[in-house]
Design a protein around this ligand. Structure first.
Ligand SMILES: NC(=O)c1ccc[n+]([C@@H]2O[C@H](COP(=O)([O-])OP(=O)(O)OC[C@H]3O[C@@H](n4cnc5c(N)ncnc54)[C@H](OP(=O)(O)O)[C@@H]3O)[C@@H](O)[C@H]2O)c1
Length: 390
């Protein structure tokens, strides 16, 4: 089903895309690298879509790769992603491994001229994302980042309302999250998310989604100030043999100044004693929008006495079955746009490009630098060619 979204976001450069487009009658043959979110969300999403076929899955542990392949009826189980990117019978890869591996995996896939859908955060730092953008542009393939929250109907509605002028001139936004997911050092075991070297930390993991959302709604970000903190400093090893030291953040806060002059604050605490959820508020000269969790949208215009609940139009509620993971549905929509871009070369889509991922990464790097240096960081200049940047 075609998603009836309007878009103002062009795709990455697609000039050469026809050179590597799979035959239109055959499904796109996709390999999924990573069997965490990859198995929970990407494989069911790709198997739901008629235009794609999951032909291989990859995990470091052979038994894990084999088990996932058997469970989902996937013909190939691999332990080395290089075998998959070299395979001429594979058209595209989904990279759903820890973020410190995204750069090397994406570069290998792009060099082999495979289409890529890479999980967020795009990479470890801006330098890595630059490489990835440049190579994607010259490889003539379609490369996207899985910021699938854009496809939640409530988020898409916010985008429409802002573009239609509901807020008037946007002035201020806040995005506040209090969750308990990392509060207990004995609950979620130590892993890459707690390791700085592996590009763990909540700023990269969830901050990337928040920056993407605010930039998508409010435009380019020209200045950043912020800080990160690690509140839970030791965490149980997976085998419970001891405690490991955590050096990635579990709390962060930052300020953004947009090109338009609007300002925003983002505050995330993943170590709260209980879950208070997420609230996003956007305010402008004429109106105000509040997103409660991912569920309810409230709005109010100038001179309204109260905020009221705003309906989400049915046309934004794409008909899809329920899946065990709530992010499978928006991922299906993003994957459909990815496939449409591969098949048709462009088309109406607001799927996040590699250039979007790189701009998000620039802001993340700026938060870290701001915290270390105690000053605002200017992100206004494109200090490198990004022809596909929005
Ligand atoms: N878009 C979203 O909303 C969303 C949500 C959650 C996660 N994510 C992203 O998805 C990515 C993966 O996160 P996760 O939660 O799935 O992590 P995870 O549960 O730790 O799974 C990581 C997977 O990567 C595999 N892997 C690690 N090193 C590998 C290598 N060298 N070659 C092949 N496979 C390797 C692991 O295999 P072994 O287990 O065999 O080592 C495992 O299957 C991250 O970038 C994360 O930010 C995105």
């Amino acid at each position: 089903m075609v998603i009836p979204y309007r878009t103002r976001h062009p795709l990455p450069t697609q000039a050469d895309v026809s050179k590597v487009t799979a035959p239109p009658t055959k499904p796109l043959r996709v390999a999924v690298i990573g069997t965490g979110f990859g198995a929970a969300v990407h494989i069911p999403a790709l198997q739901f879509i008629e235009e794609t076929e999951v032909v291989a899955v990859c995990s470091r542990r052979a038994e894990r790769a084999k088990a996932v392949a058997a469970r989902h009826g996937i013909p190939t189980a691999a332990t080395d992603f290089r075998d998959l990117v070299r395979d001429p019978d594979i058209d595209a890869v989904v990279i759903a491994t820890p973020p410190y591996l995204h750069h090397q995996m994406a570069i290998a896939a792009l060099e082999a001229r495979k289409h890529v859908l890479c999980e967020k955060p795009m990479a470890r730092n801006l330098a890595e994302t630059r490489d990835m953008v440049k190579l994607a542009e010259t490889a003539g393939v379609v490369a996207m980042i899985n910021h699938e929250f854009r496809y939640l109907p409530i988020r898409a509605r916010v985008k429409e309302l802002i573009d239609e002028g509901y807020l008037g001139v946007p002035q201020s936004a806040s995005l506040i999250v209090y969750r308990s997911s990392l509060a207990d050092p004995n609950e979620r075991p130590f892993g890459w998310l707690m390791e700085h070297d592996k590009a763990g930390g909540m700023l990269l993991a969830s901050g990337s989604h928040h920056i993407d959302a605010l930039r998508w709604w409010l435009g380019e970000i020209h200045a950043v100030a912020g800080t990160t903190a690690t509140m839970v400093k030791k965490r149980r090893l997976a085998d419970s043999s001891g405690m490991a030291t955590v050096d990635a953040d579990d709390n962060f806060a930052f300020l953004l100044r947009f090109a338009s002059g609007a300002i925003a604050t983002v505050h995330v605490c993943a170590t709260a004693p209980t879950d208070a959820g997420e609230q996003i508020t956007l305010s402008g000269t004429e109106g105000m929008l509040i997103v409660e969790g991912d569920g309810v949208l409230y709005g109010g215009r100038r001179r309204d006495v109260d905020l009221r609940e705003l309906p989400i139009p049915e046309r934004l509620e794409v008909e899809l079955p329920e899946f065990p993971h709530f992010l499978t549905r928006p991922t299906i929509q993003l994957l459909r746009d990815w496939v449409r871009a591969i098949r048709e070369g462009a088309g109406a889509t607001f799927a996040p490009s590699f250039a979007d991922g790189a701009k998000v990464q620039e802001v993340i790097d700026a938060v870290v630098r701001s915290g270390a240096q105690g000053r605002w960081i200017d992100t206004s200049g494109s200090r490198w060619p990004l022809s596909s940047a929005v």
